[in-house]
Design a protein around this ligand. Structure first.
Ligand SMILES: [Zn+2]
Length: 58
């Protein structure tokens, strides 16, 4: 289950970084309409993933 979350997090991270690399607004922190959902997904999954790491280690 955690591995699945990790996989989704990695995919979202890859997609976001690939977009940001080729997109100057996103690269400078001003998300374009295409970048917003990619960034949101990445941020949400990163949140969930970090939370799951914390709960698993206790
Ligand atoms: Zn963009």
């Amino acid at each position: 289950m955690a591995d699945d979350l990790h996989t989704r997090y990695m995919h979202a991270s890859d997609a976001w970084r690939a977009h940001r690399k080729g997109c100057s607004p996103c690269g400078s922190g001003q998300h374009c309409p295409d970048g917003i959902p990619l960034y949101q997904r990445f941020a949400d999954l990163q949140d969930a993933f970090l939370r799951s790491l914390r709960t698993r280690s206790r």
